[in-house]
Design a protein around this ligand. Structure first.
Ligand code: SF4
Ligand code: SF4
Length: 193
């Protein structure tokens, strides 16, 4: 039986991680967290998270980049903004969650077995290539990449939706896909500044 080291050495931490989070989230008060735990106690889904919002804020401050970006917490967050409203330090915790999601996808750290990040990634892929979403494509990719045998379970639901004209199976494309690529690369450049 192999034992993996779970404790990190100081040198393995990314001490400037919080700066990246501040830049990406637009929340410059990340370092002002007083660890009061109000966010965790008000969060309706913190019971299901691997790290509570309070703990995640501490990890960001301390530089636990990989652990924070691999965490399931950000994908369980339902963006209800309750923590943001209640935080005594006025930290935009929900925006921080969104920033961590983007960073996790960009750095490939998102949990591959969870449907939500795979769904977000596939939707981003198809929109950046074709300028239009395709529910059928995105849903199929999500199931294939996270739970392939789930296809059999989902098939009757898909068929019922299709019969009621609630599921569009075509793949649409805008005329000038270069424009959407230009727009997205402009956004990336702006975020990188
Ligand atoms: S509510 Fe705000 S100050 Fe309190 S632990 Fe959460 S992020 Fe930190
Ligand atoms: S925004 Fe997310 S982290 Fe904050 S309380 Fe709602 S579910 Fe919890």
């Amino acid at each position: 039986m192999e034992f993996a080291r779970t404790v990190k050495y100081e040198a393995e931490l990314n001490k400037s991680f919080y700066k990246e989070v501040v830049e990406s989230s637009g929340c410059d008060k990340v370092l002002e967290c007083i660890q009061c735990g109000t966010c965790s106690s008000t969060c309706p889904v913190s019971l299901y998270m691997d790290y509570t919002p309070r703990k995640l804020m501490a990890m960001i401050k301390a530089g636990f980049e990989e652990d924070a970006l691999k965490s399931k917490t950000v994908w369980i967050c339902s963006s209800c903004y309750s923590c943001t409203v209640m935080c005594p330090s006025q930290i935009k915790i929900t925006d921080v969650m969104y920033a961590l999601k983007r960073m996790a996808i960009e750095k490939g750290y998102y949990p591959k077995s969870m449907p939500t990040p795979v769904l977000a990634k596939e939707m981003n892929n198809i929109i950046s290539k074709r300028g239009r979403n395709s529910e059928m494509y995105v849903a199929s990719m999500m199931v294939l990449k996270t739970n392939p045998f789930g296809m059999f379970k989902m098939a009757p639901v898909g068929l019922a939706l299709f019969k009621k004209r609630r599921l569009h199976i075509g793949m649409e494309k805008i005329k000038n896909t270069k424009q959407i690529k230009k727009l997205l690369s402009g956004l990336k450049k702006r975020e990188a500044k």
